[in-house]
Write a protein that binds this ligand. Structure first.
Ligand code: SF4
Length: 393
């Protein structure tokens, strides 16, 4: 999931992303304590030491396979996601970093993010994360309401999030993101208001604000098909999003991307790299890589990953080579996610080709066209999926 922009450095600009080739790295560590009802990620809830040992062996083989082709690259960002990296014990997470540092080179000031779930962190683990080089934490709060957390099958309560945040802060982390999901079953506007209040009291540097998406192959997908999923009405969902956006902005957060808010100087370099359509290596069972115009992944499940690695079979399970046109379209749409919008000078030909759709979206009040930039209006941010689908044809 994927940025020269560190704490204290000047605000990021798209031009800078385009002028400096960067490579990021995403590591998919697939273990979770239990499966959340909305989750359709590739995960394993196995708790045995053996399954983690087998995974680490496969992971080492995969890293070894990719290392020769990437020996000249220096990675700008490293993002360890999942799954839940914090489910790994101290020896296991240390081994992950040993493998990475053995096979790859990272920039001295690389942004290294570790996803952590509330309740997994101890003071010793938090100190170890710092020693291993992590300088950014993403903590999956999701909600600060215990009844909601239970309803979505999270493995923690709100107190665990507060405790984990304090432990991480005491260990010296100065760049912590909190994830929050809106529009959860039976959620109300006042509940979102309370969650935001608690979130702000923690003073995180970054907030990722998601809206619940009901995926087919999840518990919520099944309940939805059965007509048993009680989501807040659409109007209330819009109110929740508007309230959350307004509250974060009022409290000094820059809304720099559709779902992301940062205090000045704390934008996620890894994600900026994705939105600038730069290259990245993905390692782990569900991770996509995007290298030399080719997007691919080796497997779609933990079992398949283990089987393929035992045979040293690193063929692609899924792959796509991007044509110039497709890459341009993707780059435009990714850049449009950023609040500052798309720099016109970088996309002159593409814009010429799609001018009728662009003008139509402007007429509908979803796009704002300026001499040097095209950006989503606030209405366009609320209905971004419509904009993306109109422009991706
Ligand atoms: S913790 Fe994250 S990856 Fe694990 S089940 Fe929940 S949503 Fe999925």
């Amino acid at each position: 999931m994927q940025r020269i922009f560190t704490e204290g450095l000047p605000r990021e600009s798209l031009e800078r992303c385009y002028n400096v080739p960067m490579t990021g790295m995403y590591i998919h560590l697939p273990f979770c304590a239990k499966k959340c009802h909305y989750c359709d990620f590739v995960i394993s809830t196995s708790k045995t030491t053996d399954s983690k040992r087998s995974f680490l062996e496969a992971f080492e083989k995969e890293a070894k396979h990719h290392a020769p082709g990437l020996k000249n690259r220096i990675f700008e960002t490293l993002y360890l996601g999942g799954g839940t990296p914090s489910v790994l014990n101290e020896n296991e997470i240390t081994r992950v970093f040993e493998i990475l540092r053995h096979f790859f080179k990272f920039k001295k000031n690389a942004e290294i993010t570790l996803e952590v779930n509330p309740g997994d962190v101890t003071p010793a683990k938090a100190r170890l994360y710092r020693e291993l080089g992590a300088n950014r934490i993403s903590l999956g709060a999701q909600s600060f309401n215990d009844a909601t957390l239970k309803r979505i099958n999270r493995a923690h309560d709100a107190k665990a999030t507060l405790d984990s945040f304090r432990i991480l802060k005491s260990a010296g982390f100065k760049n912590i993101n909190l994830d929050l999901i809106l529009s959860l079953p039976l959620e109300t506007l006042s509940e979102v208001e309370r969650s935001l209040k608690v979130l702000l009291s923690l003073k995180p540097q970054h907030v990722s604000l998601y809206e619940l998406t009901v995926e087919e192959k999840t518990v919520f997908g099944r309940l939805n098909r059965q007509g048993k999923l009680k989501l807040p009405p659409e109007e209330a969902q819009l109110e929740m999003l508007t309230l959350a956006r307004g509250t974060l902005k009022k409290n000094g957060f820059e809304h720099y991307e559709l779902l992301n808010y940062a205090k000045p100087g704390f934008r996620s370099r890894h994600n900026l790299l994705y939105w600038a359509n730069q290259e990245y290596l993905g390692l782990g069972p569900g991770a996509f890589s995007y290298l030399e115009g080719r997007r691919f992944r080796h497997s779609s499940s933990v079992e398949e990953y283990l089987k393929k690695s035992a045979k040293e079979d690193w063929s692609a399970f899924e792959e796509e080579t991007l044509t110039f046109e497709k890459k341009e379209t993707e780059s435009f749409l990714l850049a449009l996610r950023l609040t500052e919008g798309v720099p016109v000078k970088n996309f002159k030909k593409w814009i010429q080709k799609h001018k009728s759709e662009i003008y139509l979206l402007e007429e509908k009040g979803l796009l704002e066209i300026r001499v040097s930039r095209i950006k989503l209006t606030s209405q366009g941010q609320l209905f971004s999926e419509t904009v993306f689908s109109e422009l991706s044809g």
